[in-house]
Design a protein around this ligand. Sequence first.
Ligand SMILES: CC(C)(COP(=O)(O)OP(=O)(O)OC[C@H]1O[C@@H](n2cnc3c(N)ncnc32)[C@H](O)[C@@H]1OP(=O)(O)O)[C@@H](O)C(=O)NCCC(=O)NCCS
Length: 218
Amino acid sequence: MDAEKHEPGRAKRDGAGLDGLTAEAVARAEFARLTQSDLGQVLELERACFSTPWNEKQFNLALQQKIFHLFGLKANGDLLAYMAFYHAADEMEILNIGVAPAHRRRGAGRRLLGLVLGIARRMGVRRAFLEVRRSNAPARTLYAGFGFEHAGVRAGYYTDTGEDALVLCRDLDGEVAFDARRAAGAQPSAATSENETAGAGRPPAGQRHNPPAKEPIP
Ligand SMILES: CC(C)(COP(=O)(O)OP(=O)(O)OC[C@H]1O[C@@H](n2cnc3c(N)ncnc32)[C@H](O)[C@@H]1OP(=O)(O)O)[C@@H](O)C(=O)NCCC(=O)NCCS
């Protein structure tokens, strides 16, 4: 991921249309490929999710590249979550995933990541990479639940805080499903060693899987 990103910033505000959204409406949010016409909402969410957000120019440049893909979840037309990645040959680099702050911990991130990984597999992706701040426990737990494993450390990668980036990877040759036991076993903290193995650890805390990503590629 870009060195200027990756830290959950304080929310400025959610889109007004997301106010009062129920958990059921979050669960039913429409999965869609995002385009230029969604950029305003993407930028708003990007600013709510990251302390050093991409700006309009950066998104515009990215959207001109065929290897750049942007997907999201929309509730009543309002963007609830989005995810961006680059796809080249049989690899993908996940650039970012963000969920509207008021609607986190309602399964939107898990659903979106699961759907996008399923689509990526069907696009021919065999290996996914990403970078995440060491201190970003929510994201690290989400990724661990999907079987992402430690691949390396970029020391002092983030220019705003000097924090390390952890490089995580996952082979996509099997089914893509969220495993609550793996997530619960990871429970990362800022002090976690880079030598840890995602997925090792605590006994099962119940298992919850994503539904298979059967939706057509938008
Ligand atoms: C990371 C993020 C996308 C997760 O989205 P979300 O919709 O809240 O996640 P979900 O509700 O789908 O959670 C799925 C699982 O991830 C893990 N998780 C998510 N948030 C967590 C938190 N705050 N603490 C611990 N685990 C968490 C849990 O295992 C959770 O399953 P559970 O709720 O059954 O325990 C969201 O917190 C976010 O937008 N953060 C800011 C942007 C960011 O840091 N993106 C990642 C950049 S690398």
